[in-house]
Ligand binder design. Structure first.
Ligand code: KIV
Ligand code: ZN
Length: 527
């Protein structure tokens, strides 16, 4: 039966809806918080990527979350904008208010349905949960025609009770029913069985969109997603680079490319513009400071690299020998440009495109080009990884409140280490000088004196972006404030400059965190 959906109209039988939750489930994982401008920028990239629904946040969680969802609802044209709400009146009204400006909007409300969640987290019995579903879905529906209801921990719920909940949610007006594997416990056959069971038993299930949402605790999130699609599910919840609570969510790029590459077996299509996958993945890495691992499917640096002689030989004769999809189909460009100090702006712009950064604005290009020239003066060969590190390090962070300007450090066996630092705080230049037990300690003291704050330094680590003694250093700094952890990264040929940048990156992230209250799934405990 063809589903009539309030925002998508008659949904073709072979079309899957891609629901992206990078800005909600993804963003609530430690170290991944984004400020308002970064979220808006990601939402624009997701729109270009062709996602159908953007879950923009959890509006009741904090004023900051509310404003992010509202801004995205005001500015983004195309995808449906969803706001998350627990099963209570205040959450739903707040979500309704946040998504109100969107041309196409959705309220996504959820409640735990497993015995464990009901007894220990919600402290509610079955009748209370059923009553909450009926009331809150109806309330959400009075604010928008597009309402998604989720059974949190569906995969550990009792079949009979789950079916009763779903039936009630549909009767109260839900148009999408999402059955998450919240704790990443299910196997692909469990997902297939659950959805087949629901389709067979719940009256009205064939008139709504069934949705799957999988966590990756056992590394099965993508497999579980595809098993759900095979069982008739028409909405996939996923995130860029698979970020999300604990081990993350199903990765959008893997799901989208499996659907495209194995259409013969899966028999569905999505609206994803796959050529934009890489640049969206890179934008997220740049904003959050977390790279994907080199062997990550689709977007990892080695995803299309062929090392062995036999493979290289095959690729040269016919790429299909060892490639099941082309690098270009996900946004990688083949390039032979070697960059050095004589390379010009046009070649640099081409290189950024080839590395998946898409069209960089003029101001950003100028900043990146200035840093590239500076790097090329200090380093014999500028590798792709160097350019990625410098673009991610500075250019993508133009919305940070605190910006690095300059650093002068004196250290050695005969002097007390001291650092003179210039930073810009909200546009005002501040210069400080501090001493420390070592040069890094002196730099961090200088930052603390320029921008007073109380945090605990939990980790300081140095790695190299490429090989060789002239390689750029990549420093990671982890800070803790009131139990909240953030990681910052910085890269430079000078390890001390990289250290200052990494500390400032972490500090900027902490400032974003301060504007937020507890993470959403923690809040669910008090639902
Ligand atoms: O994992 C989960 O159950 C969730 C719900 C809020 C949909 O993220
Ligand atoms: Zn989740």
């Amino acid at each position: 039966m063809t589903i009539q959906h309030p925002n998508f109209g008659a949904l073709p039988d072979d079309r899957v809806i891609i629901f992206d939750t990078t800005l909600r489930d993804g963003e609530q994982s430690p170290g991944f918080s984004m400020n308002m401008q970064e979220k808006l920028r990601m939402a624009e990239a997701l729109t270009d990527l062709g996602v159908d629904v953007i879950e923009a946040g959890f509006p009741i969680a904090s004023q900051g979350d509310f404003e992010c969802v509202r801004l995205i609802a005001e500015q983004i044209d195309g995808p449906v904008i969803a706001g998350l709400a627990r099963a209570n009146r205040a959450d739903i009204l707040r979500a309704a208010e946040a998504v109100a400006p969107a041309k196409r909007k959705r309220i996504h409300t959820f409640i735990g349905t497993s015995p464990l969640h009901m007894q220990y987290q919600l402290r509610m019995n079955e009748d209370q949960v059923l009553a909450a579903i009926a009331d809150t879905v109806a309330l959400a529906r009075s604010h928008t025609d597009d309402v998604e209801w989720s059974a949190m921990d569906a995969t550990r719920s009792d079949d009979d009770f789950l079916c009763r909940c779903i039936e009630l949610a549909i009767k109260a007006g839900a148009t999408t029913i999402n059955l998450p594997d919240t704790v990443g416990y299910a196997l692909p056959e469990d997902m297939a069985r659950m959805f087949a069971m629901v389709r067979a038993r719940v009256p009205g299930a064939d008139g709504v969109v069934l949705s799957t949402h999988n966590h990756n605790d056992l590394g099965l999130a993508v497999a579980n997603t595809l098993a759900s699609v095979a069982a008739g599910v028409r909405q996939i919840e996923c995130t860029i680079n698979g970020i999300g609570e604990r081990a993350g969510n199903a990765s959008l790029e893997e799901v989208a490319m499996a659907i495209r590459t194995r259409r013969d077996a899966i028999g569905c299509r999505s609206g994803i513009v796959t050529e934009n996958i890489l640049k969206t993945s890179k934008l997220l890495s740049a904003i959050t400071g977390f790279d994907v691992q080199p062997n990550k499917a689709i977007v990892g640096r080695n995803a299309f690299a062929h090392e062995s002689g036999i493979h290289q030989d095959g690729i040269l004769k016919n790429a299909a020998t060892f490639e099941i999809m082309t690098p270009e189909s996900v946004g990688w460009a083949r390039t032979s440009l070697v960059m050095g100090k004589h390379s010009g702006r046009a070649a640099f712009r081409d290189k950024l495109r080839a590395l998946g950064y898409g069209d960089v604005g003029d101001n950003q290009l100028n900043d990146a080009f200035r840093r590239f020239k500076d790097l090329a003066d200090r380093k014999k060969v500028v590798y792709d990884e160097d350019i990625v590190a410098l673009v991610d390090d500075e250019v993508m962070r133009d919305h940070d409140r605190i910006k690095f300007v300059s650093l002068d450090v004196h250290a050695g066996s005969k002097v007390k280490p001291n650092a003179t630092l210039e930073i810009e705080v909200d546009g005002t230049l501040i210069e400080t000088k501090s001493e420390g037990d070592g040069p890094v300690d002196a730099i961090f003291n200088a930052i603390r004196s320029a921008f007073p704050h109380e945090v605990v330094l939990r980790l300081y680590s140095v790695g190299a972006v490429t090989e060789g003694t002239d390689a750029q250093a990549r420093v990671t700094v982890r800070l803790e404030e009131g139990g909240k952890l953030v990681d910052g990264q910085g890269a430079d040929t000078d390890t001390l400059v990289a250290s200052a940048r990494a500390y400032l990156h972490a500090l900027n992230k902490l400032l974003v965190k301060r504007t937020r209250s507890e993470p959403p799934e923690q809040l669910a405990a008090s639902a």
